[in-house]
Design a protein around this ligand. Sequence first.
Ligand code: MN
Length: 738
Amino acid sequence: MVAVVSEIVPSDLDPIFKSQPKLSPEERALVVRAYHFAAEAHGTVARKSGEPFITHPVAVAQILADLHLDAPTLAAALLHDVAEDVKKIKIEDIERAFGSEIAQLVDGVTKLERLPTDTAAMKNGKAGDREAETLRKIFLSMNNDIRVVLIKLADRVHNMRTLGYVDPESQIRKARQTMDIFAPLANRLGIWQMKWELEDLSFRYLNPEKYKEIATQLAVRRVEREKYLEAVKARLVKEISALGIPNVHVSARPKHIYSIYRKMERKRIPFDQVYDIHALRVVVPEKVQCYQVLGVVHSIWRPVPGEFDDYIASPKNNFYQSLHTAIVDDQGKTVEVQIRTPEMHEHAEYGIAAHWRYKEGTAHDKQFEERLRYLRRLIESAAEDVSADSDAQEFVSAMRSDVFQNRVYVFTPKGDVVDLPSGATPIDFAYHIHTDVGHRCRGARVNGAQVSLDYRLKSGDRVEILTSNKRAGPSLDWLDKDLGYVQTSRARSKVQAWFKRVDREKNIALGRDVVDRELRRLGLSGKPREEVAALFGFAKVEDFFSLVGYGDISAPNIATKVLEADRKAQREAAANELVPTTEAPTRPVNASDGIDIMGGSGMLITLGRCCNPVRGDQIVGYITRGKGVTVHRADCPNVINSPETERFINVNWGSAVEKAYPVPIVITAYDREGLMRDVGAVTANENINIADLRVQTRNSIATIFLTIEMENLEQLSRVLAKIEMLPNVIEARRRVSM
Ligand code: MN
């Protein structure tokens, strides 16, 4: 089979096989077969130039062979216009004849042929939209197989070379499209050869006068320039040889008209002063030798300040590496010098195509992984690392989920490409754009239609994030894996960070307000917050506030703890009261007439603040100095430990002691009809009595002093809160009257 085919190898293919000599006999046979298939399909059709159509796919395959691409790429290049231009041939036919790999490449290129720039509908759109749409399609096909894009670029290079045969209107349109889309794409992929050729060919049609002017000036001085460069080169080779570096290649760099034009424009200088008109390239085997050569260059000639760039230490984002410098020679002429290794050179010339170059015995899968990773790095020019504080395990899982999953390529409203793991949602997209956009994300439109935030983005989607203007944050739901709002580890860590940091701040502020309000109600505004936090076992007041803000510690919790502490403090103070004094003890009271004492003798009765006896407790009375009788619980430590047994009297909860624990409170309100009735209703509902009611009204502000009697302190906070919720009430708090 191979022998038969090779007998009829058309001479058209000779240059291709010469450019790509490493193809196996089987691979050559494949290319030959593709040639015959294409030649037959295109038949007698001619191009606008009058040549047979087959010359075009052959030229495209040649460009790719010059990039040393593999046999399937070359075969697909030969077949690339078959399905597009020949109606009777379908992709299925190609698949049957050449297999799915080649069929998919051809199909990809065929789909790219129908660029939206060429359709009537897109002509009505804005230029930016058209470019975005085109790039969108190109990147989509890259997602499948980058070779599709390489074939498309080669196709465009040949079409631009032969653009002279089409009508002027098409020339301008194609040139514009090439300059706007294909040249930047070649640049992005690092294929300088294609970039420069596409730029120069476009420039020729877009600005014919300037192109001609620069081309003429280059041509006029070509002999002179080449002679000069030969002399410089000879000197350089001699000096480098003295270093003992073998295999040094010094060559004059080809001139690119468009780059000269750009420099003239950018620096506003005439043609003569453009440095890279005289340009040399030095290729040496080792990286370290690049710097040695740089030293030599700078020692022979004077370097031009600001023209040195070390792209070896800091490669460009398409991985381009070289040393760049410019020097001024003895005659005042400037020469640009690039220094690189063969590997850097290959990369610079072929870019991403270098990864598809024919390699013997390489496992396909490994190569494929390498390509994909390379491609991703190219596209993710602004890829951010996972947050710095995440630990190693998180990092590994981030790598697994973000890098090794399949990707989707979606677009911003401006047409920028965003690369996300498959399954990503609008929230992932939002966080990719900017952390703040993620935090404020409230909705999304995909291709103009509103979608839910758990929508799975698809390659090619145009995504627009709807944000809230208010200072808002992410939802806790976003962290729930079952709900699937967030797919990327980047977005997840940003959401988590928000809840850790921003929400904590919010909770602290909220908690602080709650504590302030509660202490004000309790008449303890002046109490240090640290003391309150300490009651709950917190060393840091912020930790305490954040739990209050979060709702783990309620206002009644605070009231209870604070009042308990308050009582304890007073108990200690009361204990001091019990310390024996030198004063004469007051008259002992007979235990049996306790009720009489309470009811009839007019002695002042107070309830001990140390133990706060509540109705039903076992109690004893203690005769105080000048205060009458203080009633304590029988088990009150102050009672048990007191040596002054003679001061104790028996008391009981006679009818005279109706009072429960009295709490004086003060209510401030804008005076209104029925205010007191409403306050009374609140206390009645809580089974609380009101005593000592007094109202002052000044400038229509009512200040109500009252004492409420409660059996249970936990009621206090609730009652005060309920009173505060009444209309017109400004504040209700415990009054501290000592
Ligand atoms: Mn074509």
